[in-house]
Design a protein around this ligand. Sequence first.
Ligand code: IFM
Length: 464
Amino acid sequence: MPFSLPIHNVYQPVDPGQHFPPGFVWGVATSAYQIEGAAVADGKGESIWDRFCRQPGTIADGSNGDVACDHLHRLEEDLDLIAALEVDAYRFSVSWPRVQPLGQGAWNEAGLRCYQRLVDGLVARGVRPYLTLNHWDLPQALQDQDGWANRATVQHFVDYALGMHRHLGQRVAAITTHNEPWVIAKLGHEDGSFAPGLRSRAVAMQVAHHLLLSHGLAMQALRADGCTAPLGIVLNLSPVQPATDSTADAARARLEDGLLLRWYMDPLLRGAYPQDVLDHLGADAPQVQPGDMAAIATPMDFLGVNYYTRAVVSADAPFDVTRSGLPLTDMGWEVYPEGLTELLLRVHRDYPVPPIFVTENGGAFADSLAAGQVHDRDRTDYIASHIAAVGAALRQGVPMAGYMVWSLLDNFEWASGYAKRFGIVHVDYATQRRTAKDSAHWYRRFLQRQRSARGQQPAAAQGA
Ligand code: IFM
């Protein structure tokens, strides 16, 4: 194998212990805009993130994803790297404007070839491709027609989903429609801190509705087209806890839980928006047409959950995380693995959930590269403790199907730029050299121990 992970003594965190069941999927995850680079190459269209990054003051370090990890020019090296980790699965996203520059109409053959090479390269190495259709980089041409706020974008997304299925055939192991619709709606259209940088709650809620509707309609269209890959959506979820036991804080926590979790889980799994949130939104509630809610509730094959931390809310002031006493990641997020178990138990208790993947989990920590090594004890502890939290949920009956580390590589962390490093593989952006951190070595050894406990070979060795 051209890329090897030299064995050296790495820090051993508390072992997550549990032997996960056969078939449990272990992976690593990325997204297109955060790693690909080649932003204007080979006929790619402009995305809303290409445009947003060019507006002064939007990105902490003034950077953008033009080069990022230069992944598309280093595809073979990165494929070897993924295989060397001995993961079962690689979760990636397709850049919609790379394959369909205007978001409708003509397809870009050069862009499609990138993903055909990626999928073929994964399959050839025994790694299962988990494809996400929308990880935020909407074609700017569609944004010029109001983007996700425009109901017409729903049908464009369905056409895009069908096109990708026809081009990639049955080689992908699973298809996710959207990654984190809450982020697109809230940060992109209400807070304005993410692309496309709009600030209207009414628009944000209409966007959320169109994302959910396009998810349901795309799943229906894909299945009608003969797609046999499991289909689902990925939500960013957290337990929302009141800062104190006051009635006001409890009410606020209930509302925030409604906006973050129930606004998405209720329509997807119960076919209706939560009434208390609709009442709170009043005139900002979205326009819903007959048949929309049934389409959104189209049964899914899996649910993806991205978990990083808990949310603590109070009625009158933002909660100061530094006062909780919990360790914080470089993003300022509390390290709270028990929140993942709590969250998984709750969604299992409250909803008829399909099998659940933790599709993202990981930590940004400041790293230092010295003598070809990165001793990222904090990140290793973070990942190990959250895997243990998944194991605890599994033991209590939650139908857990897999776990994927965010992220394979250090990458472009959206409005935070390149300063925040989530990768288990270090990227030197000046040279694009990749160096496996201790967390990557630990993850591979953990997976080896899991397999040897079950008498299994890695997927790559099985030629899966
Ligand atoms: O980097 C992001 C990813 O794109 C979506 N989920 C959260 C990650 C960390 O912020």
